[in-house]
Design a protein around this ligand. Sequence first.
Ligand code: CTP
Length: 401
Amino acid sequence: LIGQKAEKEGYKAYAIGGFARDLILGLQNFDIDIVVENNAIEFAEKLVKYLGGKLKTFPQFGTATLTLKDGNKIDFATARMEFYPFPAAMPEVEETTIKHDLYRRDFTINTLGFKLNSPVFGDFLDFFNGKVDLEKGIIRVLYNLSFVEDPTRILRAIRFESRYGFTIEEQTLGFLTNALENNMLAQVKPKRILEELKLILSEKNGLLSMNRSIELGILEGIFGEISNKKLLIRALEETKVHINLYKKKEIKVDNEFLIYVQVILSFCNEAKQKEFLTGLQLDKSQLEDFDFFFNNYQETLQSLKNPRYFSASEIVETLQGYKKESMIVLLALSFNSTVHKRILLYVKEFSNIDIEVTGEDLKKMGLQPGPVFSDIIKKLRKEKIDNNLSSKEEELLWVRS
Ligand code: CTP
């Protein structure tokens, strides 16, 4: 239908990128990107009258998103022709514009597409040998400065590598390393970097990409010096284990991505922590949790390291200020140690202990509400946590005494 409409209205439309790439790989991808010559917004505005649905346009980018009645989305972009160091003189053929548009893209495997116009519908576009690279499992840039012009492509490269089990081609890896050595990632705003990291970590093989990013020095290119790379890899793996354990027990874990970032930031210096905390655009309560965590976690881990005996209530006192998401970070940072066991005891047992005596019970005993109340409750809870009280009767007896 899109192709018919394009033909009728005098536009050229192509299905490009991820959709075509995954189709050839035999994978499902409902994310359809359509490139239009010469004006995607105008075309999409005509199309919405024909297909129905809701259209959102972004004139500053020459793009539009059409949400169809069934909820599926189609993105439209105007084919772009800005100057790039194109290797050979461009023959003045029919597909000049789309070829230029594809040449500005990240990797050859993303330059594949299909013509949509009705008379040529389905004609395959492969100007840069993307299909061969796709079949060989190779990630290759189209021009030397690709990573310099858009350093986030460094993160896309390792994301595609792990997602498809592909390899970054040798020369491309050279360009990537070069961009890293020239500190290109430090030029990118934390917000953009975090968006890319989020995409990486939401992939099934996200941790593989994270390992690769540490191995290639990408993470250091972003976060500066990392105190212990091997430990960071291990901590990220542990994070995944604990998130999954929580989920298995049907404990809701909010914003997994933030937990991973918290782990990474624990290995960075304070300046980077601050810079990225701003980039995360946290809400007030998240910011308070993060602040609490970064102000206290080192001291907490250090104090729990002490080999002396810790009563249950002491462990609770040490850990009760942390949110459950931060508890995952503490667990990830302390694997296989006394500290880890103490945190686990807190998570599994002590944090769930609650007293049965209520404020009403205290009132009935003739006590006046006020600071005394909370003091009694606090001490009562301590007694209960240390396992000295096993029923409400015993709790009441303890209060009376
Ligand atoms: N693109 C690019 N450089 C970037 C981001 C995107 O050249 N930094 C190009 C890619 O060629 C990509 C297209 O823009 O094919 C669309 O981007 P996006 O939707 O992010 O990529 P997909 O390839 O569809 O990736 P995914 O499968 O993860 O959605």
